[in-house]
Design a protein around this ligand. Structure first.
Ligand SMILES: C[S@@+](CC[C@H](N)C(=O)[O-])C[C@H]1O[C@@H](n2cnc3c(N)ncnc32)[C@H](O)[C@@H]1O
Length: 210
């Protein structure tokens, strides 16, 4: 069943934003990673098993956190982000293969992956339900999805401020700060297994399955 129509022009606009941001991405995000993201990435990746799809791999910030024994296929729709990720493959303890691909139209067969990982990706996927439908399609029946995502707060004032600022963050960064990610996952037919709040009700570690 289709819940969203994939608009390739909108997708292209977001991709271009990431292609432009790529060269300064680590300079801006690096300090934040060292402050708090590092321990969250460790929590995110530690349960990975078997064949792993990291969707929206960006510049490869999760690579050092993958446990021995897994094999990772990392995809991103931004060639410029992937080029930086390529230079960090040596930081990983596990084999990593990178591929240019859109989460909304994945070039993989149904039921391929044991684990799917995303980190701060579903704020920018232009059509998130479509993206989750694709992740649902390619994960194995007994596979798991682990997501580290920032979402819209359900607290009235904070949520309203996020709604008001969202048009600006989308316009300048291609990032939505008011995504209702759990609702989008359910709409795509995924089942949510566990949700851990890491920073208020805004940054979450979400475990899901088909
Ligand atoms: C905020 S960055 C996060 C990167 C990385 N996951 C991390 O934790 O540092 C979001 C990434 O998702 C990618 N992305 C967004 N929408 C995508 C899509 N539809 N298909 C593939 N990659 C996408 C962007 O190109 C970007 O690299």
């Amino acid at each position: 069943m289709d819940y969203e129509t994939l608009d390739r022009e909108t997708t292209q606009q977001v991709r271009e934003k990431y292609n432009k941001k790529a060269k300064n991405y680590d300079k801006i995000m690096g300090p934040m990673d060292r402050m708090m993201m590092g321990k969250w990435r460790e929590m995110l990746c530690k349960n990975a098993k078997g064949l792993v799809l990291e969707a929206g791999v960006g510049t490869g910030a999760n690579f050092p956190y993958y446990p021995q024994g897994v094999k990772v296929i990392g995809i991103d729709f931004s060639q410029s982000m992937l080029e930086i990720a390529e230079s960090k493959i040596s930081q990983a303890k596990v084999p990593i293969e990178l591929k240019l691909a859109d989460i909304q139209e994945l070039p993989f067969a149904d039921n391929t992956f044991d684990t799917i990982i995303t980190a701060c990706v579903f704020c920018s996927v232009p059509f998130p339900v479509k993206g989750f439908q694709e992740l649902r399609r390619v994960v194995k029946q007994d596979g798991r999805l682990y997501l580290l995502e920032h979402v819209r707060s359900e607290r009235a004032v904070v949520g309203t401020v996020m709604d008001l600022l969202n048009p600006l963050t989308v316009r300048f960064q291609g990032v939505n700060i008011n995504r209702r990610t759990e609702a989008n996952m359910l709409q795509a037919g995924l089942s949510i297994v566990e949700v851990k709040n890491l920073l208020s009700d805004i940054v979450k570690l979400i475990t899901a399955k088909k």
